[in-house]
Design a protein around this ligand. Structure first.
Ligand SMILES: NC(=O)c1ccc[n+]([C@@H]2O[C@H](COP(=O)([O-])OP(=O)(O)OC[C@H]3O[C@@H](n4cnc5c(N)ncnc54)[C@H](OP(=O)(O)O)[C@@H]3O)[C@@H](O)[C@H]2O)c1
Length: 336
């Protein structure tokens, strides 16, 4: 932030005014948020570009969800012009009723669908999805956690994962997959990751007991069956997955469109196997849980590429390839 920004109460942010390719994001001066009485103002040091940012920027969403996405994010153009669902930074100001945090605290946060993190500052309620940054993580590492971890916590909770469960994670090298593999292992599951040749070593290093290279092998053609199949890619419909699910097995359709959402209703009518789909709940308690897991060494951030703030469009372009491994982090203002 320059002296001009301070004098005019503005900050720099990346905004998008229409849906489209990476070139729709542009740097702009926008009003700097003023924390309300119950809010803290975070000076952002690091944020990320996630698959969620790609989806809201392009409105490229799973089958049948286009109208719902536009109702949620703006019908003809984006309602919230600043993307970015996760960040880490330092508290610069607090509202008069704030008791949980103080100026100078190092935090990480997950506004989730409310976004607004591709900016120098984000105001957040003190009882929102905000927690102290794990001491053993850098700002970049902390910013990379919430999107994938909170999604994984939600789906594994819904599945009722238990020690000894056999879990197959399709898309084990992505933002959600890398968290899913680690959390399933943490719950005592036996984990198989499905990924391409380039990412086999990464997925093994996250604790997967077995890996399947989808460029050479089709997991549906094997004789193995699983208690839980997690599909983070969205190309394995329930019908295809059913033969590899054990009795009472669950398909966690993380990237589901309407067909898999309807399967959540009809699957229980036709047998013991279930489908779990829909938007992940964004819980306040998840932040403290992931911080504790990271501090205990049970959760390791996976950062693929790092970009500077001015390279936001390049970060978007890379995420749009669909090939990122873990998270793509963007450095904003360095800590003072
Ligand atoms: N339900 C919810 O609330 C919720 C929340 C968060 C995310 N999501 C959705 O979940 C999906 C995954 O998100 P993400 O952040 O993990 O995406 P991501 O990080 O962009 O995923 C990229 C990864 O997918 C892997 N991949 C691509 N095609 C594959 C295939 N056929 N088989 C196995 N792996 C494949 C790539 O590995 P290779 O290069 O090795 O192929 C790459 O590492 C997105 O569709 C997102 O919208 C849903």
């Amino acid at each position: 932030m320059t002296p001009d920004h301070a004098a005019t109460g503005t900050m720099q942010a990346f905004v998008y005014r229409r849906y489209g390719g990476p070139d729709v994001v542009e740097l702009a001066d926008v009003p700097k948020p003023e924390p309300r009485d119950n809010e803290v103002l975070v000076r952002i040091h690091a944020t990320t570009v996630t698959s969620g940012d790609w989806r809201v920027r392009t409105m490229c969403v799973p089958t049948g969800l286009g109208t719902f996405a536009r109702l949620a994010f703006g019908f003809t153009r984006p309602r919230q012009p600043i993307m970015g669902s996760e960040m880490a930074g330092t508290i610069e100001a607090v509202g008069k009723d704030v008791t949980r945090f103080r100026v100078g605290d190092e935090v990480f946060g997950f506004p989730g669908g409310a976004m607004g993190c591709h900016a120098q500052y984000r105001a957040m309620p003190e009882d929102g999805r905000l927690a102290r940054k794990p001491a053993n993580l850098s700002f970049e590492e902390a910013a990379s956690l919430p999107f994938g971890v909170s999604t994984s916590l939600h789906f594994l909770r819904k599945a009722g994962i238990r020690p000894g469960d056999k879990v197959l994670v399709i898309g084990a090298s992505g933002g959600v997959g890398t968290a899913m593999v680690q959390l399933a292992k943490h719950h005592g599951a036996e984990v198989t990751g499905v990924t391409s040749s380039n990412n086999l070593a990464l997925v093994r290093s996250l604790g997967a007991d077995r890996v399947i290279d989808y460029t050479k092998d089709d997991f549906t053609a094997r004789r193995e069956t699983y208690d839980i199949v997690v599909d983070t890619v969205g190309r394995t419909p329930f019908a295809r997955c059913k033969p590899v699910l054990k009795d009472k097995g669950r398909l966690l359709a993380v990237a589901a469109g309407i067909p898999e959402m309807l399967a959540t209703l009809w699957a229980p009518l036709t047998g013991s196997r279930r489908v779990i789909a829909g938007p992940a709940e964004e819980r306040v308690s998840d932040l403290a849980e992931m911080a504790a897991l990271a501090e205990a060494g049970a959760l390791r951030p996976v950062i693929d590429r790092r970009y500077q703030f001015g390279q936001m469009a390049e970060a978007h372009a890379y995420v749009e390839t669909g090939r990122k491994r873990g998270s793509v982090v963007v450095s904003v203002d360095p800590p003072r």
